[in-house]
Write a new protein. Sequence first.
Length: 170
Amino acid sequence: MSTAESKSDGVSTRTKRVPILVAALVLLGLGGWALKSRASQWGPRGGARSATEGPVAAVPAGEPVLAFLAPLTVGSSVGGAEVVHISGVEEGLIHVDLRKNGQVLHFAIGLQHAGYNAPRAGQYAVYIWERTPNAASSPLAEALAASLRPHASRPPPPGLTEGSFNAPPH
């Protein structure tokens, strides 16, 4: 018997290592699964967004943002979807989450960015803020822009810009 397989108390060293190896592999697998699940939900500034609950807002919507979006508020309807979240201005953008058919879709409102084609409302644009947009994303982005058009001449809330597109979409 080699020294690697020497026995101590009647149990080989190899036998003692098996449960430790199995436990390590299980922990690595769970860690990888957790990272993969969370990576698909990164929001602005690294905040996680839930597919059903909406985001944990780093910046709550204040009076200037709510006045800018009025009459759009949390709980109102746009394009057959319910507004479930409105953020304050984060990295130059306002984030709005809409729920339709049990699915939460994420959008960002900012000044029109020359490099992106998005539904417009005057100088403002509505961006789909999803890693993988689905069939409902485009019509809802257009409906959200349409809700802003009657008030497109309103001045932007402080901090609203073309936005920072460095943060990954949700």
